[in-house]
Design a protein around this ligand. Structure first.
Ligand code: ZN
Ligand code: ZN
Length: 406
């Protein structure tokens, strides 16, 4: 019995020592492997950059309300489409408020006999109008909007599941101020950084965009007039808001996309990948923004593209393109990682500036530009130029070391 006690004691002692050794071992290994898995690391090989020449610059309107939105006036689908065609728009998305039809845009805006065009690409969409703010849906083909409407008050994880299931492009609308987008930005592919002709209203939207870009969310910035009111057919049909039509209508601002082909799907793809810039109206110069990675004189990437930083200097080029560039000086402000990098001046028939910088090898960087200068008249919306001020255009970012699997 005494022997047994001894034996048991030694077994127990052995167990205690064994447990102690295991505990110390696991503590040490937790320390060695417990590195922050989210720490900045090499981004690895990135997908190749698409051709800079095989494609078409297409311009369009991505936020407008027809008579299927209750607050709109004198703005039938036919009126919007005829106007869009007359000013040379390539695509348009009529984004009526889904709450006015209990989510059933498919049997309202899209089945309207006027919802057809021979020359303008019509995207399918709606303004998701919820208690937590507004977002636009863009799709090349009809989708089940009712499903998105039904989950508007659910947790973001539920909404994210439905969004993926529908295969739609979701965009945060007027992200600051009234009806600001109150959902996670992880749900969206783009953000409305220029809402309506009144550019000055967008300062907070731009701040949110920079915060999202700086945190690794490669969201495309896009525009939208959010116009609700058309020209009355006769003076007695005028409303208190009819005057807005003369300053804010289709194309104030205009969103340009570099699409691989002339199709609705190619427009959506460009919107998602970020080869997009925004101009104050359809006739204002288009901002193009390129980078030459190896300084061989040929541009290798444009806005929306993402490359691996090599540690060598990169030459950037901003140019304004258009048939009738107004005379005068344009001021081009370059923003790098949310802060001002520099200001440049350009003038002439094709205003252009170059600048050089070396993006850091480890961690993300991005560059985007703002162009201000002489306004371009928009005779079909004559009051636009006065309200818009000297804002000309906005680029999307050129990115380095963004994780494509983020
Ligand atoms: Zn809205
Ligand atoms: Zn709206």
């Amino acid at each position: 019995m005494y022997k047994n006690v001894l034996k048991n004691t030694s077994v127990n002692l052995f167990s205690i020592i064994l447990v102690a050794i295991l505990f110390i071992n696991s503590a040490v290994s937790a320390q060695s492997t417990g590195k922050n898995p989210w720490a900045i690391k090499d981004v690895g090989t990135l997908p190749p950059i698409s051709s800079l020449t095989k494609g078409f610059w297409l311009k369009g309107e991505l936020h407008i309300h027809s008579s299927h939105s209750k607050e709109s006036s004198n703005n039938s689908v036919a009126k919007i489409l005829a106007f869009s065609q007359s000013v040379g728009m390539d695509f348009i998305c009529i984004t009526d408020h889904d709450n006015h039809v209990d989510g059933d845009v498919a049997h309202n805006t899209w089945t309207d006999p006027e919802f057809k065009s021979d020359s303008v690409l019509l995207l399918y969409g709606a303004e998701w109008t919820t208690t937590r703010g507004h977002g636009n849906v863009f799709s090349a083909k009809p989708y089940n909007h009712q499903l998105l409407y039904n989950v508007r008050d659910q947790r973001d994880t539920v909404i994210g599941r439905i969004k993926r299931q529908l295969g739609i492009h979701l965009s945060a609308n007027h992200p600051s101020g009234k009806d600001n987008f109150g959902y996670s930005y992880d749900l969206v592919n783009s953000i409305e950084v220029w809402n309506s002709v009144v550019w000055s209203k967008n300062a907070n939207a731009i701040m949110i965009w920079d915060d999202m870009l700086s945190s690794g969310r490669k969201l495309t910035g896009r525009g939208g007039s959010d116009a609700h009111h058309g020209t009355p057919d006769s003076p007695d049909k005028a409303t208190a808001n009819s005057g807005q039509r003369n300053a804010n209508y289709v194309g104030t601002p205009t969103t340009w996309v570099f699409a691989k082909e002339r199709s609705s799907q190619a427009v959506i793809d460009a919107l998602t990948n970020g080869r997009v810039s925004i101009s104050s109206n359809p006739y204002a110069p288009r901002v193009e923004f390129y980078a030459d990675l190896n300084q061989d004189g040929t541009m290798d990437m444009m806005m929306g593209d993402n490359a691996k930083a090599t540690g060598k200097p990169v030459k950037f080029r901003v140019q304004l393109t258009g048939e009738h560039i107004p005379e005068g000086k344009f001021t081009i402000t370059v923003i790098k990682d949310g802060s001002k990098f520099g200001t440049f001046e350009a003038e002439g028939k094709m205003p252009m500036i170059d600048f050089t910088d070396t993006p850091k090898m480890l961690g993300r960087s991005y560059y985007r530009v703002i162009v201000e200068g002489p306004g371009t008249p928009y005779p079909q919306v004559p009051g636009a130029m006065t309200v818009n001020g000297n804002m000309v255009g906005l680029s999307n970012p050129i990115c380095f070391n963004f994780d494509p699997n983020f």
